[in-house]
Design a protein around this ligand. Sequence first.
Ligand SMILES: [Zn+2]
Length: 100
Amino acid sequence: MPRSRRAPSRSRPRRARPKLPADWKPPPAPERVVRVDLGEEPHAHIVCRNCGRIQAIELTDLDRHVLTELAGRHPDGWSVDGIAFSATGACRRCREGPAA
Ligand SMILES: [Zn+2]
């Protein structure tokens, strides 16, 4: 039997969420960035492609800052009144069955 040259597959270690120093403040926005006028705080959620379940994803101050900066680069002529990041995938119940 030929020997495989590949190492046995291992699951990738989960990346730890970066911790911000307690005194961290978002850097000032560059002047070219157009500020957005939000009716609510930026938020994030994940949607199950199988059953449609939606669950919130917790955001850090840095996450909210990055999402706001990104929205500030909207095309000319647009306004922004909400920011939501959406991920898709499969929920635990759909992956593991109803007992999960
Ligand atoms: Zn599901």
